[in-house]
Design a protein around this ligand. Structure first.
Ligand SMILES: [Zn+2]
Length: 192
C-alpha cells in the first residue's frame, strides 16, 4: 500500500515549528504538550551561525534560562560537531510571514531528533517593535521546540503559539522534566 511505502521512504522526518506574531490570548491550566520526538539525551550542543553579538546575547539568555531548569542542557559545540544551529533571518514572506521565530528539526526513523536549526526573524521582530526581553522570550520558545515541546494553550506557558511576554513557566519545566517517559514515535510530518 502507498502509505506503507511512504513510511519506509520517510527515514528522516522534518518538523517545522514556528512562533506567530500577534496577540491571541488563551487561558488554560493545561500542561505543556511534548511531541513524539526527543533527543536521546537531555542535552544538545549548539553553534551560532549569526555574527550579530546582539542576537548571540539573546540566544545566550534563553540558553541560560533553559539550563537553569536543570532538566535540559544546551552546551556550546564546535563548527564540526554540533546538534543545533542558532541563527537569524531577514525573511518576511512565504513561510516566514507573520512569524517571530522558526525552528526546523530533523528526526531519525526511530523518532529521535538528529539536528535542529533555529532562526529569529529579525526584520519581523523590528517591524513589530519587540523589545530585547520579548526577543529572549521568542528564543526561549524556539529552544522549547528544539527540546521537543509543542504549543500550549496555557496562558503562562512560554510555548503559547503567539508568545511574546512569557518566560519559561512551571508547566514548561514540568513537561521537559518528564521528557524521558514520553514515548518516542514515528509521528507523521507536522507543521506548526
Ligand atoms: Zn512555536
Amino acid at each position: 500500500m502507498k502509505r506503507k511505502r511512504m513510511r519506509l521512504v520517510l527515514m528522516v522526518l522534518t518538523v517545522i515549528l514556528s512562533l506567530n506574531l500577534g496577540s491571541i490570548v488563551e487561558a488554560s491550566s493545561a500542561a505543556t504538550p511534548f511531541s513524539s520526538h526527543r533527543w536521546r539525551q537531555p542535552e544538545v550542543t549548539y553553534v551560532f551561525k549569526t555574527k550579530s553579538n546582539y542576537y548571540r546575547s539573546i540566544y545566550k539568555k534563553a540558553i541560560k534560562a533553559w539550563n537553569k531548569t536543570g532538566d535540559f542542557k544546551f552546551i556550546a559545540g564546535t563548527s564540526k560537531d554540533h546538534d543545533v544551529v542558532l541563527t537569524t533571518s531577514t525573511a518576511t514572506t512565504g513561510k516566514y510571514n507573520m512569524l517571530a521565530g522558526i525552528t526546523f528539526t530533523k528526526a531519525n526513523s526511530v523518532g529521535y531528533f538528529t539536528s535542529a536549526t533555529v532562526k529569529l526573524l529579525r526584520k519581523n521582530l523590528a517591524t513589530y517593535k519587540y523589545s530585547k526581553a520579548d526577543r529572549v522570550h521568542v528564543a526561549e520558545h524556539e529552544l522549547g521546540h528544539v527540546i521537543g515541546l509543542q504549543h500550549s494553550t496555557n496562558s503562562h506557558s512560554v510555548m503559547m503559539a503567539n508568545n511574546r511576554y512569557n518566560a519559561i513557566a512551571g508547566v514548561d519545566k514540568t513537561a521537559v522534566a518528564k521528557r524521558d517517559i514520553m514515548a518516542v514515535g514515528k509521528s507523521s510530518l507536522s507543521l506548526q
